[in-house]
Design a protein around this ligand. Structure first.
Ligand SMILES: [Zn+2]
Length: 192
C-alpha cells in the first residue's frame, strides 16, 4: 500500500491548499488500472486504489522499462526503474489527471512533439506515440472491449503517460525527494 503514501504526498505538493481523499476499492477497475483519479463535481475529488489484483499488476509493472535515459551517440535507451521511481511516477500520473480536470492545462498529444522545444521531452512524446500504437494493436488482437480500449487510449491517458515517463526519467538514479519541487512543476506543466 506504499502507493497510498506517494499519492498523498504528491497530491499535497501540487495542491497544498486542497488535498483530497484517497479511497481503497475492493473492485477491479474497468480498464484494469491500479489507481485512478475520479473527478466528481458534486462531491470531493478523490483517488481510488484498486486492491483486487493489485499485487499482480504491481509485479507486471516492475518488469516494465519505464525510465528513458538521454542519449549518447546511440540514442536514448529504456531502463528498468527502481521501486521508488515506479511509485513516484505512478502517483505523478494520477495527480496529473487531477491537474487535467482542476487546472485545464493544454494536454500533450503525439503532435506536441513537433511543437515542443526541449529535445528530451520531444523524444519522450515520440516514444509514447509508438507505445500507443503498439497498445492499440495488442488490445485489438486480444479482443478487448471498445469500452476498455477507450479507457486506455485517449487524450487524457496519453498526456498522463507523457508526464509519468518524464518524471520516471528525471528522477532516475537521483534522490526523488530532493527533486520534489521539479516533479510538482512537471505535473502542472502545459503542453505547447
Ligand atoms: Zn491514467
Amino acid at each position: 500500500m506504499t502507493i497510498f503514501v506517494y499519492l498523498a504526498a504528491l497530491d499535497r505538493l501540487v495542491f497544498p491548499e486542497d488535498p483530497v481523499a484517497i479511497n481503497f476499492s475492493i473492485r477491479k477497475h474497468c480498464s484494469g488500472f491500479l489507481v485512478a483519479h475520479h473527478p466528481n463535481k458534486n462531491a470531493e475529488t478523490r483517488y481510488n486504489i484498486y486492491v483486487d489484483g493489485l499485487a499482480d499488476l504491481w509485479e507486471a509493472r516492475k518488469k516494465e522499462r519505464k525510465s528513458w535515459i538521454p542519449g549518447n551517440r546511440r540514442g536514448h535507451r529504456l531502463v528498468k526503474a527502481t521501486r521508488e521511481e515506479l511509485l513516484v511516477s505512478l502517483a505523478a500520473h494520477e495527480v496529473r489527471h487531477r491537474v487535467q480536470s482542476d487546472c485545464s492545462p493544454k494536454k500533450f498529444s503525439p503532435k506536441s512533439a513537433n511543437l515542443v522545444k526541449d529535445k528530451f521531452i520531444k523524444s519522450i512524446i515520440r516514444f509514447e506515440a509508438l507505445v500507443l500504437e503498439e497498445d492499440r494493436k495488442t488490445y485489438n488482437k486480444e479482443n478487448k472491449s471498445k469500452f476498455f480500449i477507450r479507457g486506455r487510449i485517449n487524450r487524457k491517458e496519453f498526456d498522463a503517460n507523457v508526464i509519468e515517463r518524464l518524471i520516471a526519467s528525471k528522477i532516475h538514479r537521483k534522490n526523488a525527494y530532493s527533486l520534489r519541487e521539479e516533479t510538482a512543476s512537471i505535473i502542472k506543466m502545459s503542453a505547447p
